[in-house]
Ligand binder design. Structure first.
Ligand code: SAM
Length: 277
């Protein structure tokens, strides 16, 4: 295996001062990076998409684990450092410069399955997550998502009913996937340290419930959690047929959105989706 210089040296040599606008908080601890790369299981020979490799800390860990990595990085200053990694792991790393929000990930990955790992830039994390989990097509081409978020966002993704963190993100992440908070990461692990703690979420696709449109589920959760302190009969009033659907399903309309299980939201969306879908 290639002997690589310490990441701090790479950063200094390439003048990679962290840009706040690009959400750059780098990880240097190779043991921590190896533990993150191990979260999706054995990556040897597997195809991985990494968003935001920066100077390549997590990228190295993925390459050490034997993955075939495609990395999308927006900051052209990082490209020379990543080119060194490409040279150290011939044929195992492909770097694409661009904005991950604007690129078609399935197309980049040639329409073949791939795992996604990323120490996401906080400013685009939720937008990417919503895109990966959304849409009518299921299962997705990605086989797992292993993503760093601010801890508060990670908790909202993995939240259970009856908690204040439970809401639209939890339903989106859990209605046809398994989502768990896999690892907490202290702010001091990053350079520069962000203001808040971080955590890694691991998500794997599960079966898509029959007869439910993703769009309808979105509309239901948007309405229900849009006024989360109100009773469902009030918050769902604007959605045609929703209050009647509560009755059909035996859900007390005096309940509030955060008391409903993910399965209740699925049932509501199914009732409202109708036979046409
Ligand atoms: N992976 C590195 C690590 O763990 O040390 C860097 C993580 S840093 C939190 C986020 C990285 O995402 C930065 O390198 C930043 O330039 C890049 N980035 C920010 N916005 C992006 C976007 N829209 N598309 C692709 N990369 C982006």
């Amino acid at each position: 295996m290639a002997d690589l210089p310490p990441l701090r040296e790479v950063i200094a040599r390439h003048g990679l001062s962290a840009s706040k606008a690009l959400g750059q908080n780098f990880l240097f601890d190779e043991h921590l990076l190896d533990r993150i790369a191990a979260l999706p299981g054995d990556l040897n020979g597997r195809r991985v998409l990494e968003v935001g490799p920066g100077p390549g800390g997590l990228t190295r860990a993925l390459l050490r684990a034997g993955a075939d990595v495609t990395a999308i990085e927006m900051d052209s200053r990082c490209l020379p450092a990543l080119a060194e990694l490409e040279a150290a792991f011939p044929g195992k790393l492909r770097v694409i410069q661009g904005d991950a929000l604007k690129l078609d990930h399935a197309e980049i990955m040639g329409g073949e399955p791939f795992a996604i790992l990323s120490n996401l830039p906080y400013n685009v994390g939720t937008a990417l997550f919503t895109r990966w989990l959304g849409g009518e097509e299921w299962p997705p081409l990605w086989t797992s998502l292993t993503l760093m978020f601010q801890q508060e966002v990670a908790q909202r993704i993995a939240a259970k009913p009856g908690t204040s963190a439970y809401g639209r993100l939890a339903i989106l992440a859990q209605w046809r996937a398994e989502a768990r908070l896999a690892m907490k990461v202290h702010r001091s692990a990053f350079t520069p340290p962000p203001k808040v703690m971080s955590a890694i979420v691991h998500v794997e696709p599960a079966a898509m419930p029959a007869g439910v449109s993703a769009r309808m589920l979105e509309r239901v959760t948007e309405a229900a959690f849009g006024q989360r302190r109100k009773m469902l009969r009030q918050s769902l009033k604007g959605l045609p047929g929703a209050v009647e659907a509560l009755e059909t399903l035996g859900i007390d309309p005096q309940r509030r959105a955060e008391t409903l299980e993910v399965g209740d939201f699925i049932a509501l969306a199914r009732t409202l989706t109708g036979p046409q879908g």
